[in-house]
Design a protein around this ligand. Sequence first.
Ligand code: F6P
Length: 321
Amino acid sequence: MTIKRIGVLTSGGDAPGMNAAIRSVVRCAIHYKLEVMGIFRGYAGLINEELKLLDHRSVSNIINRGGTILKTARSEEFMTEQGQRNAVEIIRKNEIDGLIVIGGDGTYRGGIALSKKWGIPCIGVPGTIDNDLNGTDATIGSDTAVNTALDAIDKIRDTATSMERIFVVEVMGRDSGFIALQVALAGGVEDALIPERNFDFNNLCQDIVEGNLRGKVSWIIVTAEGKARGEDIAKKISEMTTLETRVVVLGHIQRGGSPTAQDRILASRLGAEAVELLIKGYSAKALGVISDEVNIVDLEYAVAKKEFKQDRLYQLIKLLL
Ligand code: F6P
């Protein structure tokens, strides 16, 4: 089938760099003389026919902006058979020949349904701060999120050291300890709790008590939200060590801000690749970059449980204390 018009959407949690990916998709498609339909509010907006043709200038001055000009949403309706049927009807009615879906695992699952069940060619571009997809070293937004969280941790260190306190910092990551591990190593924190690893709480408290006896007075402990809430960890530490604690929940701050150069470059590379894959007739594939080379995997593989290979990072955090 010759592709004449493609659709592009962002779905799930927004990630810095999504705009750079949209820009790349639109400009690359126009280069190949394709039309691009922007689909607003992810799969929810697709069902509601929230569509607009995008031109070269629709994506001017967005490469440096966080969030997504297409807006994003999590759609329960699209999970249903009827929701998908409605979405497919809108795609056919608007003569969209292929879709580029930018997002994380939920977005990719939508792409799997549309391509495998309904025959709509779909290509996934990895956009999530969690960096939890297979087939890519990094996802768009993850580098920016790590740098945002790290900046906060550096600031927390100033007050933690000055007031000689224990801080527990909760970062994002429901099923992924990526941000927690990265900032723990880069920020020189004392410990990190992540969903992928068992954690011995008594050990941590013992370390704190022993350190305290030696004169160590401030700690920063990072926890990924999916492993344990900062509030609970801080309470337990206070109870077991009788030392004072403070909690900082970084929350959605980690999702915003201007994307780093790395995220903009990744987004610019993969947006254009996605257009070229659709033109070449690919479907149900996800893009990524591994060792600086573009990598193509099945959408199904991209969303399969990611093997945890970061144990060495955790060991380093402890070794470098
Ligand atoms: O998937 C990205 C993410 O930011 C996760 O790290 C976090 O658990 C989740 O989204 C939060 O989702 P919401 O913005 O819907 O609260």
